[in-house]
Design a protein around this ligand. Structure first.
Ligand SMILES: Nc1ncnc2c1ncn2[C@@H]1O[C@H](COP(=O)(O)OP(=O)(O)OP(=O)(O)O)[C@@H](O)[C@H]1O
Length: 266
């Protein structure tokens, strides 16, 4: 391979590339020049002590916060993370630390809402119930049902979201995110509040999503889960990226030990 073709080939499987992200809240520099490169099929972890900037980073790349600086590309195309719906359309789906489902809608309907990001009939079609809308709606319903099966909660399809257990609500959020056919699925503390059995099941699900060649960005406080699951990890501390590498590499990093692991975890 020649030197000129190598960079292009090396970048061909890059899903998310962000560089130079900075974000200040008043006098607080929440992110300073943070960048990540995430490749297709990777589970990429973002860890760091409380207040390190993980959620801010997530919020910036998913359009909730406007960064002060930074460049963004998704599957080789630049994207502007200026609004949540634009980011979803561009191909990043996310879940939230505090689950955000439509509590009074059924599990199936929650996933169908996610699918609507990729539909065409729009609001007018929905109101007039045009034939095109009805056919599309049937396809959406079927795909939503398949996704509930995929995450293991098909039997709750007709249950209101609020009646599902905590672990199942998190699975439902993942199904809804997958319904958008994302290039990247960003999971914000998916294991928070889960018991040991639920964590094992979550790990299996994330592994399965990866094997299906999806790409995952993960914020997680459970260091064991992150280290066992992720291909690469970035460690933030006070808004700065203090380490990047494989789990084995970052675990050995002195700055990480001092800033994070050495404190006994958070
Ligand atoms: N909207 C905001 N306005 C002002 N300050 C904010 C805002 N969001 C976050 N911060 C501050 O930015 C810093 C980084 O917070 P962030 O929530 O990103 O950290 P984190 O790593 O996700 O923490 P945790 O693990 O506790 O969720 C913190 O000092 C926080 O208080």
């Amino acid at each position: 391979m020649t030197a000129t073709t190598a960079p292009a080939a090396a970048d061909a499987d890059v899903v998310l590339k962000v560089a130079g992200i900075s974000k200040r809240f008043g006098g607080l520099q929440a992110l300073s020049d943070v960048g990540v490169t995430i490749r297709r099929g990777q589970v990429y972890g973002l860890i760091g002590p409380n207040g390190a900037g993980k959620t801010t980073f997530f919020n910036v790349i998913t359009g909730l916060y406007t960064p002060d600086s930074g460049s963004f590309s998704l599957a080789g195309d630049p994207y502007e993370p200026t609004a949540v719906h634009k980011v979803a359309k561009a191909g990043i789906a996310r879940t939230f630390q505090n689950i955000r489902l439509f509590a009074e809608m059924t599990a199936l309907e929650n996933v169908m809402v996610g699918r609507h990001v990729r539909t065409h009939s729009g609001l007018i079609g929905a109101v007039l119930r045009t034939p095109g809308f009805k056919a599309e709606e049937a396809a959406i319903r079927q795909r939503a049902q398949e996704l509930l099966e995929y995450v293991g909660i098909a039997k709750y399809a007709d249950f209101k979201a609020r009646t599902l257990s905590y672990g199942d609500q998190r699975r439902l959020e993942i199904a809804r995110a997958l319904a958008t056919d994302p290039q990247l699925i960003a999971l914000d503390e998916p294991a928070a509040g889960m018991n040991a059995t639920e964590k094992v099941q979550l790990r299996e699900l994330i592994d399965r999503i990866r094997k299906d060649n999806r790409t995952i960005l993960l914020i997680e406080h459970d260091v064991k889960l992150v280290m066992g699951l992720c291909d690469r990890v970035t460690v933030l501390d006070y808004g700065k990226q203090i380490a990047e590498g494989t789990p084995a590499e970052v675990q050995k990093n002195d700055k990480v030990i001092e800033a994070y692991l050495g404190t006994g975890g958070h």
